[in-house]
Design a protein around this ligand. Structure first.
Ligand SMILES: [Cu+2]
Length: 142
């Protein structure tokens, strides 16, 4: 009986931690359609999204240290790290598990990335990580 209670408590505690780590703030222009589709992709994958409508996106990117070469439409922030552009949800989980990166990006708006679906067309794209000293590293390729 006691063991069963302990197990339940452990499960509740770990569920709570997972929940806390999965809230992401997303900043997007009010007129951005694909940004909303990306937010749906995150919610479908279990993230809690705080949606911030932001008419001055370039200022947001500058504040968060997203270099112009990495820029896309929307910018997310999770656990103090930036998530720029149409990054697949699985890559955000991977980002949370590493401490060598200050953020990840899918520059531009590749067709076929999450939120940019257009029929069967899929452009090749990379997920780029940025280290704390500002170096780009390739994180994943799609
Ligand atoms: Cu977009």
């Amino acid at each position: 009986m006691l063991r069963k209670h302990l197990l339940t408590l452990t499960l509740l505690a770990s569920a709570g931690l997972a929940q806390a780590a999965q809230t992401i703030d997303v900043y997007r222009d009010p007129n951005c359609g694909c940004c909303k589709h990306w937010i749906s992709h995150l919610r479908d994958n279990g993230f809690t999204v705080n949606d911030h409508v932001e008419p001055q996106m370039s200022a947001v990117k500058q504040r968060l240290g997203v270099a112009p070469r990495l820029a896309s439409c929307h910018t997310g922030v999770i656990d103090g790290k930036f998530v720029e552009g149409h990054v697949p949800a699985e890559q955000i989980h991977a980002l949370l598990a590493r401490d060598d990166l200050k953020g990840i990006a899918v520059p531009g708006m590749p067709i076929g990335s999450p939120g940019m679906e257009m029929g069967d067309r899929k452009d090749a794209y990379q997920v780029i990580g940025v280290t704390h000293d500002g170096q780009d590293v390739q994180v994943a390729q799609y």
